[in-house]
Design a protein around this ligand. Structure first.
Ligand code: COI
Length: 355
């Protein structure tokens, strides 16, 4: 258990006005959590302090070799007025898997969750209550050694910041158009694709720009070797309903093991649906589409929740899915997951954590 000192701000910021659109990731609360790591000493000086700039050496290793890990989680104000987190231990566990791959120190899972809980409690009044809104939580770790050699840092900072946010995509639940990328790749097996780290996201930006230019809002990545099999969307994992079955790419080392992905698989199985985690080729999608069997497609992610896909473009082929409308299974999954998160429906899996 961490001993966390709390220094409250003397200049609280104005909170967003109720009803005004929050967007995603633009607004930050009054406080942040900070903790230091020093080799030989471990994690120390856990503190909640006013949100503000960091002072780092320009030689800090994070700036040069990208040794950093981040997570994404949300806190909700339930319809019953209670504060909830959603499966926070899954994020703590995934953070440590990312840290292992990136040669960064692990944080005990209970300390990670405690840091998040205590910070959200201090800024609880910032949890927004509008439809589709939540307090987005961004835990992250950076390498801070003042050193230009390529080697793991010996000192780190772990921080948590909070951002009251609405839907990740401006379109909300309206289906998005997705570009299947066949020139650039995001990750390869044996690389860092499964880790939540900035490098994976910067690798995606050039294709994202290309997709935007073509009028598509996101990129769907293919595997880096054969450039044939579906991987993920970068900010989301991807699911299809093909001929009645729910199908998603299996975790193969280059795909992010999403918490929402895992929750959707568990939910669909609990409803008795046929669920498959396996390789899915673009050709299979094109054939299913031609045969009228590509029934639904949706992305899953903490920020995006469930994001229906109305259109997939691969080279010159455009696959319109369910007439460009959200499908019934996508809608049911969205309603159930958000219902569990907000305390609106029963939580048979124990995912909702009151704190
Ligand atoms: C999340 O869904 O929390 C993510 O981290 C995706 C992010 C790139 C917005």
């Amino acid at each position: 258990m961490l001993s966390i000192s709390v220094t409250k701000t003397t200049a609280p910021k104005a909170k967003p006005q109720k009803g005004a659109p929050l967007g995603f990731g633009h607004i930050f609360t009054d406080h942040m959590f900070v903790m230091d790591y020093t080799e030989g000493q471990g994690w120390h000086d856990a503190r909640i302090v006013p949100f503000g700039a960091l002072s780092l050496s320009p030689a800090a290793m994070v700036f040069h070799y990208g040794q950093e890990m981040f997570e994404g989680m949300k806190a909700y104000r339930g319809d019953d007025g209670k504060r909830y987190l959603f499966r926070p231990e899954m994020n703590a566990r995934r953070a440590n898997r990312s840290c292992d791959r990136l040669c960064m120190p692990e944080i005990p899972e209970e300390d990670f969750v405690q840091a998040v809980r205590e910070l959200v409690k201090v800024d609880a009044e910032w949890i927004p209550t509008g439809e589709g809104e939540s307090l987005y939580i961004r835990p992250f770790m950076i390498a801070t050694d003042e050193f230009l050699g390529v080697a793991p840092s010996k000192t780190y900072l772990f921080l948590v910041i909070l951002s009251p946010s609405g839907a990740y995509y401006e379109s909300g639940l309206a289906p998005v158009g997705i570009w299947i990328e066949d020139e650039y790749v995001r990750a390869v097996r044996g690389g860092i694709g499964f880790a939540k780290t900035g490098g994976n996201y910067v690798a995606s930006m050039i294709a994202q720009e290309k997709a935007h230019h073509e009028g598509y809002s996101q990129v769907l990545w293919l595997d880096g070797v054969e450039r044939k099999y579906i991987e993920e969307v970068g900010a989301m994992n991807i699911f299809f309903k093909i001929d009645g079955k729910i199908v998603t790419p299996m975790l193969n080392g280059s795909i992010l093991p999403g918490v929402t992905r895992d929750s959707v698989l568990t939910l669909c199985r609990s409803w008795g649906m046929d669920v498959e985690e396996r390789r899915i080729s673009v050709d299979e999608l094109l054939e299913a589409q031609k045969a009228g069997k590509l029934e639904e497609c949706f992305g899953t992610g903490t920020a995006a929740v469930i994001s229906p896909v109305g259109k997939l473009r691969f080279e010159d082929e455009v696959m319109v899915i369910n007439g460009g409308e959200i499908g019934p299974v996508s809608q049911k999954i969205y309603d159930t997951i958000t219902g569990i998160q907000l305390g609106r429906v029963e939580d048979p899996f124990g995912w909702r954590v009151e704190f």
